[in-house]
Design a protein around this ligand. Structure first.
Ligand code: RIB
Ligand code: NA
Length: 296
């Protein structure tokens, strides 16, 4: 499977707190650490660790954070097609509480400069089996990538995260839309059943439910629930990204059965990732996912 991810790369600064502070409140952290992150980067790592031949198009600054993210992506086995731009590498401040829940602030920095795909980048889209996109990259670039992929017959997996409006042509251009419950509700609009509203765009839709597993929907078909695993969450940062990258790597064949199989694999990968700290360091390999599933 040849997966191409176009998306964000951030250096995450993670603080472990007892509970998330209220407005105006200062809390002391039990510890802090920096990790490689960013939704695009996390998804690329998840895809390559799941066994896919993985390319990643990202914009990085000419700074230490950019060097570190590039080195870690390449060490993970990703073919990194990076542009270095005159902006700071993206960063994220992440607070993780005792239950593993988080609050995140992202400074896009260099990621906002991922505008217009070059001829070589469009070629990479056309050469991939699956294109993976998220919304930490300028929407015009996401829309352009979708158009190039459609014309070339490359499958599009769109992770509409973080929650933001997506133009209908982009949704129609996606083969699979992956969203969590909040993103699904925001995209569907008030009063609508999210699965019904989103599959009406003609794409398959996977709604992730955290510990509740996932719901797989296709236009005109009843949604299929996929159960998750009971685990103790330490840090849920990047769990959604682990799901998306693992899903893209595992997606082979057409129809609901293929979607459900990829969702089962992705659910296991995400369940492993929440038991470990950080985004990139928590993402499991194919072997780890197989062992985890065999043991259940
Ligand atoms: O989805 C988790 C990611 O969101 C973090 O790694 C952070 O960088 C933000 O992009
Ligand atoms: Na994690």
């Amino acid at each position: 499977m040849r997966v191409l991810v176009i998306g964000s790369a951030n250096l995450d600064l993670v603080y472990e707190v007892e509970r998330l502070p209220a407005p105006g409140e200062t809390v002391l952290a039990a510890g802090s650490a920096s990790y490689a992150g960013g939704k695009g980067n996390n998804q690329a790592v998840a895809a390559v660790r799941a066994g896919a031949d993985t390319r990643f198009i990202a914009a990085l600054g000419r700074d230490d954070a950019g060097d570190r993210l590039a080195a870690e992506a390449r060490a993970a086995g990703i073919t990194l097609l990076d542009r270095r731009v005159d902006a700071s590498t993206g960063t994220a401040a992440i607070l993780v509480d005792r239950r593993g829940e988080n609050s995140i602030v992202v400074d896009s920095g260099a990621n906002a400069r991922l505008t217009d795909l070059s001829a070589a980048e469009r070629e990479a889209v056309a050469a991939a089996d699956v294109l993976v996109l998220q919304l930490e990259t300028p929407l015009d670039t996401v829309a352009e990538a979708v158009r190039v992929a459609r014309a070339a017959g490359t499958r599009v997996v769109l992770n509409a995260a973080p929650a933001a409006p997506v133009p209908p042509p982009v949704l129609r251009g996606a083969d699979v839309l992956i969203v969590n419950e909040h993103e699904a509700a925001a995209l569907a609009g008030p009063g609508a059943d999210p699965m019904t509203a989103l599959t009406a765009h003609g794409c398959a839709v996977v709604i992730t439910l955290g510990a509740g597993g996932a719901l797989v929907g296709s236009p005109g078909e009843d949604p299929v629930p996929v159960l998750s695993y009971t685990v103790d969450a330490v840090d849920t940062t990047g769990a959604g990204d682990t799901f998306v990258g693992a899903f893209a790597a595992a997606l082979s064949g057409d129809g609901v059965e293929a979607l459900v199989a990829a969702t089962g694999f992705a659910t296991a990968a995400a369940a492993i990732s929440v038991q470990r700290k950080g985004a990139v360091p928590s993402i499991p390999t194919l072997e780890e996912v197989r062992e985890f599933r065999d043991a259940r």
